[in-house]
Write a protein that binds this ligand. Structure first.
Ligand code: 5GP
Ligand code: ZN
Length: 115
């Protein structure tokens, strides 16, 4: 989608530190980390949020997204130290980039409830 930051990163037009990539998704390091480990799992196909994915695309896209997440957890060692997954959906939930992504946060103790 033209004008979308994450679409530009996926297209290689904006640089990012990539941890993982396959045909369905990429995983990059967040530019403004909120924890010692802060990665973003991003589907290559542009949808603004989970609820925007049409039924016909959901199984393939979500499976690809979860697979990239799973690979990353096991490759980084986050799995042994605890981690939090966050999907901000909508401006009032704190979403600032309107291309679906899952935050992976780890490497520090977390608070509950989140702010
Ligand atoms: P959101 O606020 O939409 O849930 O998450 C967007 C995330 O993208 C933020 O954590 C922000 O730090 C990150 N971000 C924004 N611009 C860039 C960028 O150019 N490169 C990378 N790697 N992350 C970015
Ligand atoms: Zn996009």
């Amino acid at each position: 989608m033209s004008g979308c930051l994450f679409c530009k990163i996926i297209a290689g037009e904006i640089p990012a530190e990539k941890l993982y990539e396959d045909e369905k998704a990429i995983v990059i390091r967040d530019i403004n980390p909120q924890a010692p480990w802060h990665f973003l799992v991003i589907p290559k196909k542009h949808y603004s949020a989970l609820h925007e994915i049409p039924e016909h695309d959901a199984p393939t896209l979500l499976c690809g997204l979860m697979n990239a997440l799973h690979q990353t957890l096991n490759a980084t060692g986050l799995n042994s130290n605890g981690y939090r997954l966050v999907v901000n959906s909508g401006a009032s939930a704190g979403q600032t980039v309107f291309h679906l992504h899952i935050h992976i946060l780890g490497g520090r103790d977390m608070q509950w409830p989140p702010g």
